[in-house]
Design a binder for this molecule. Structure first.
Ligand SMILES: [Zn+2]
Length: 119
């Protein structure tokens, strides 16, 4: 076993989970950060505003980490944190849905209303 990294948030005694070595924070602080950004992004979506492409892309890649952290040995052993990781994945799925339905720039093709056709 290699020596583990310590969370870089001041005063936090926790170790960094292997999938988080790039971020350098523990699962708890990681979740605080990502859920914060995710909620901000969802609020933008709900307000009909678009999310910066980079931010959106970044958030989507976090789904990979969340899924890996939930695996055995992925670093998320605390039941509360596992629940929050699932919440993260759920929010991410919502964000994906919003993006699919709302960020389409092209005008929607005109659809004939039902009953508009003459018999
Ligand atoms: Zn921490």
């Amino acid at each position: 076993m290699s020596g583990s990294l310590r969370c870089r948030i001041a005063g936090c005694p926790r170790d960094v989970a292997p999938p988080l070595s790039v971020q350098g924070v523990c699962v708890g602080h990681y979740l605080d950060d990502v859920l914060d950004r995710l909620n901000a992004a969802l609020n933008l979506c709900q307000a009909g505003k678009s999310i910066e492409y980079g931010a959106f892309d970044w958030l989507l890649t976090q789904g990979d980490f969340a899924a890996r952290a939930l695996e055995h040995g992925g670093g998320a052993t605390d039941p509360v944190e596992r629940t929050r990781l699932l919440e993260l994945l759920l929010c991410l799925a919502n964000l994906h849905e919003y993006a699919r339905h709302h960020s389409v720039e092209a005008p929607a093709p005109a659809r004939a209303a039902s009953g508009a056709e003459a018999p």
